[in-house]
Design a protein around this ligand. Structure first.
Ligand code: RIB
Length: 299
């Protein structure tokens, strides 16, 4: 029985600035607080799956710097297998997240070591890929490596979930090889080339993407909820109403939650319902990985 998850992707050292509003051009705006935390979409998703009890392996790169030490320790502390994370000469990747009081988030990433991931790094993980059920990818490592990883994962008999974030052009042939595509409303608009502002637009968009790529589709809609298209059947899942403190990593918590529920044998729609409960916990605490729930904490 294949019950492991392999995440191939990014690890970032996050600086989260809590700000009352976005600064004007030319303005210097004092931030309320600065928090330093372990992040990166790949590492966040791996941590969430591991915290939920799934044997999870991370493939990626960090620098030989203090931030790299911190990210490796964080992933390991939360139960992620870190043997396939390579130290390299490039500086560790970084996320600078402006978290505005109204709940909106404006983030930039510095790619750094994440762009040092090679085909050899993916090859090194082949033994574990042959035992894994699900491979999770995002778009914060080189596109060419993601394409190689998709082919390798399929050759090893894994299901592939691609979180196509941040949005960027991907050859259609590779999207068609994925089993599950996950995007938020901004990324969905990029791939569909039309606005996604409402639940109805997301439902239509999920159906269109599913037909185009022959994959199951999830479109997350922030505080509204998410839409899942599983084997052509579209379901809207409203978010849980909670007092959100900080939403960094909420989408990653959702994806780690989906992955863990799939490993437990749930169908994709039920897995999304479980994942909705995971991200509802994550947004009530500060930071990405630290805020993600264990199985006991998911209501
Ligand atoms: O999805 C949130 C993550 O995106 C942050 O942790 C940041 O590092 C960026 O990768």
């Amino acid at each position: 029985m294949r019950d492991k998850i392999v995440v191939i992707g990014s690890l970032n050292y996050d600086v989260i600035l809590k700000i009352p509003r976005l600064p004007e051009c030319g303005e210097t705006l004092p931030a309320d607080t600065a928090t330093f935390s372990a992040g990166g979409k790949g590492a966040n998703q791996a941590v969430q799956a591991a915290k939920l009890g799934v044997e999870t392996y991370m493939v990626g790169c960090v620098g030989e710097d203090a931030q790299g030490d911190y990210l490796l320790e964080s992933a390991w502390k939360y139960g992620v297998h870190t043997d396939y994370i390579r130290r390299c000469t490039e500086a560790t990747g970084m996320g600078v997240v402006n978290a505005v009081e109204d709940g909106s988030v404006f983030a930039c990433i510095v790619r750094g070591a994440n762009f040092a991931v090679t085909r050899e790094d993916v090859d090194a993980a082949e033994p574990i890929l042959k035992e894994a059920r699900l491979v999770i990818l995002q778009m914060e490592i080189p596109q060419e490596i993601n394409e190689y990883a998709i082919d390798k994962a399929k050759a090893c008999g894994c299901q592939v979930l691609l979180n196509a974030a941040p949005a960027a052009e991907i050859p259609e042939a590779y999207l068609e090889k994925c089993d599950i595509l996950v995007v938020n409303e901004v990324e969905a608009a990029f791939y569909l080339k039309e606005k996604i502002d409402t639940r109805e637009q997301a439902e239509k968009g999920a159906r269109l993407l599913a037909e185009k790529y022959g994959a199951d589709i999830i479109i997350t809609l922030g505080s509204l909820g998410s839409v899942v298209c599983e084997r052509g059947a579209v379901t809207f899942l409203p978010s849980k109403k909670v007092e959100a403190i900080e939403t960094t990593g909420a989408g990653d918590s959702f994806i780690g939650g989906v992955g863990s529920a799939l490993i437990r044998g749930e169908n994709l729609t039920d897995a999304c319902e479980f994942a909705t409960r995971c991200s509802a916990v994550t947004v009530c605490r500060l930071g990405a990985q630290a805020s993600m729930p264990t199985l006991d904490e998911v209501g």
